[in-house]
Design a protein around this ligand. Structure first.
Ligand code: SF4
Length: 248
């Protein structure tokens, strides 16, 4: 497996200097945690972000909070009913499937009242296995939720990160890429690296035509060096693994 040709500290420092600091306006999990810091609210926020962008997910989350009268709790969601839930989360798309997942999570949390309190005491691997038993919760949703709710030093891999890693020569599925990130970045850098790499993917390492010429990682990126070696006008592979790292 390859990787960038600069160390994790330098890489994160370059990204910090060139990209906006991660904020609740750009990451739905931060938005949800700011509104109401509960396992349920963060899980719902992350479910709303599956296979769509954070802008749509934040809009759906905002409408959902408004529809339940300001407090996003499992009880409030169950009281609201399917029709109004679907109407609220429409901006995120695939609203029927999302509402199925949100209702199942709400029932599960009410049936396991200790889970919000106890889950962060589990080992991260046990906690993610527990969440992944829920319908609509795959490894990325579990990892993003646990990273933000419990502060576990995980490295969730979304579609942007998956594409960047492919371009760096780090191949494989979700688990291989997550493990690569957890071995490359020390625990205290993982959460910030996760969000900064997503911003890198949004602004520079985009699907289609990456902006290597302006990218802050250009001189430590194996893909950019390959482009230089091939000559002007060449580009890294345009797909770069887009679509991988997504989950149902
Ligand atoms: S130099 Fe190009 S391929 Fe490498 S990370 Fe930056 S945008 Fe992506």
């Amino acid at each position: 497996m390859e990787g960038p040709q600069c160390g994790p500290e330098e890489l994160v420092e370059r990204l910090r200097r060139s990209l906006p600091s991660p904020s609740p306006e750009r990451f739905v999990a931060l938005y949800a945690a700011r509104q109401r810091r509960s396992l349920f609210s963060i899980l719902v926020g992350v479910v709303l972000s599956q296979n769509t962008n954070d802008k749509n997910a934040i809009e759906a989350y905002r409408r959902l909070v408004e529809a339940v009268g300001g407090e996003l709790t499992p009880e409030a969601v169950l009281r609201l009913g399917r029709e109004r839930l679907e109407e609220a989360v429409k901006p995120a798309g695939m609203y029927r499937r999302r509402v199925d997942a949100i209702l199942a999570i709400a029932r599960w949390i009410l049936e396991h009242t200790e889970v919000e309190r106890e889950i962060c005491r589990l080992r991260p691997e046990e906690a993610r296995k527990l969440l992944m038993k829920l319908p609509g919760v795959g490894p990325k949703t579990a990892d993003v939720t646990l990273m933000n709710y419990c502060g576990f030093p995980l490295f969730p891999v979304d579609t942007h990160i998956s594409r960047i890693l492919e371009r760096w020569g780090v191949s494989g599925g979700y688990e291989e890429k997550r493990r690569w990130g957890e071995s490359f970045f020390p625990p205290q850098l993982r959460r910030e690296a996760h969000m900064l790499l997503i911003e890198l993917g949004r602004r520079y390492c985009r699907p289609g035509r990456p902006r290597c010429d302006e990218c802050p990682l250009r001189d430590c990126c194996p893909a950019a060096r390959a482009v230089e070696a091939r000559g002007a006008g060449a580009r890294p592979d345009s797909d770069g693994g887009e679509g991988r790292g997504r989950e149902a």
